[in-house]
Design a protein around this ligand. Sequence first.
Ligand code: FE2
Length: 143
Amino acid sequence: MSYLEKHGVPKVALNFINEDHEEAARLTSEINLTITQIYTGESNKGLISPLLDRLLHHKRSHFDKEEASMLEAQFPGFPQHKQEHNRLIHELNSLINHWSLYQDIHSLKTYMNEIFPLWLKTHTVTMDHAVAAFISPNKRNGY
Ligand SMILES: [Fe+2]
């Protein structure tokens, strides 16, 4: 069981970020359940690519929202934060390419069970927390 499944994603002071992170955690759990079922023969590898595409699409639209909020608020850490978003999208694209070439279930399991959940937690408590703390005093109800 990953950190996300045990504890969820840490909360920040902007609701749209928390809601998007819940969806990312839900998609991660679905991918990890499918990986487990592939190991036990209850599922097949063909189900993985559509799920990874959904995760990539979700992260892209989430990052677009966050970046629009940062620009609107003139958040000073915008360039570094956007660079980290770009790096994660590049990493997910590499993961998807690797999967489509090799169907390597062991490396996918390591990424989805350990690396991605740890990234989501760390990014949330550092960069997203800073953005939310900067923006939220000017917003009602965290939106
Ligand atoms: Fe972020």
